[in-house]
Design a protein around this ligand. Structure first.
Ligand code: HEC
Ligand code: HEC
Length: 214
């Protein structure tokens, strides 16, 4: 009984979380725009990252992707996001997202989401840290989320996962932006706050070692 109420609150927040872009994207137009905007130089023609600090985007949730681009665009334009939706700043991605239109966001997101996530890369197995059980309610037991606005984290790049957790946590402490990065979200920030560097490293090892399809 003690757990029922928080669960209902969390789940309804996720389900009801408003999206800035609800329109359907056009996969073909998204593919062309990603090439034209040179997204593929870093994120790959197959949506798989070309460096460890970059995320794999293939097969990611489309509304989640569009929301991230929207967040980058907002901060690039010096606008503050709705506090309920969070904030995200990263110098490179701010520059990439600044001139995208609303339609570009959803088209590119639709294309990326349509790509197979499988990397074919072998990642060493990692033990499941105790704290991973806190992540399951939103990100799924295998790092594959059921919710449109919660990203899949199974099979994501290890370095990228580690950095995101540190950026969430350190942004909440009002610390100097780490390499110009900042990220806040009303659901994810509280999850990052109690994590030590060691726990972050173990969680990143674990989720990176899982398959990307749950
Ligand atoms: C110069 C390399 C580079 C280019 C070009 C680039 N990105 Fe990125 N992208 C990154 C990096 C690095 C990150 C991680 C940002 C962070 O740490 O917050 C990122 C993050 C993202 C994310 C967030 C993913 C997540 O899981 O939250 C999306 C979506 C994205 N990029 C889409 C795009 C699109 C669309 C374009 C083209 C308009 C593009 N990127 C161009 C390097 C790049
Ligand atoms: C209450 C729900 C919830 C819980 C519990 C939760 N997360 Fe999240 N997480 C989110 C949401 C929502 C986002 C997307 C935030 C945004 O839109 O910027 C997110 C984003 C992330 C990201 C960034 C992924 C990317 O592609 O950029 C990582 C990494 C992450 N979470 C890891 C974890 C870990 C590890 C745990 C457990 C310690 C955890 N989360 C627990 C809701 C949750």
């Amino acid at each position: 009984m003690g757990l029922a109420r928080p669960l209902v609150v969390v789940v309804s927040m996720i389900v009801l979380a408003p999206s800035e872009s609800t329109a359907e994207g056009d996969v073909g137009a998204g593919r062309e725009k990603a090439a034209r905007e040179r997204c593929t130089e870093c994120h790959g023609a197959d949506g798989l990252a070309t460096a460890p600090d970059q995320p794999n985007l293939a097969g990611q949730k489309p509304r989640y992707l569009a929301k991230q681009l929207h967040d980058f665009r907002l901060s690039a334009r010096g606008q503050r996001s709705n506090a309920r939706l969070g904030e995200r700043r990263h110098p490179t991605m701010n520059a990439n997202a600044r001139d995208l239109s609303d339609q570009d966001l959803v088209d590119v997101a639709a294309w990326l989401a349509s790509l197979p996530c499988g990397t074919g890369r072998q990642v060493a197995e990692a033990p499941r840290p105790q704290k991973a059980s806190r992540c399951h309610i939103c990100h799924g037991p295998q790092g594959f989320s059921e919710y449109a606005m919660v990203p899949n984290i199974g099979g994501q790049n290890r370095t990228y996962l580690e950095r995101q957790l540190i950026v969430f946590r350190d942004s909440s402490r009002g610390q100097t932006e780490w390499l110009g990065n900042r990220r806040e979200h009303p659901m994810m920030t509280p999850q990052s706050i109690p994590l030590t560097d060691q726990e972050v490293a173990e969680l990143a090892d674990y989720f990176a070692s899982l398959g990307c399809e749950g």
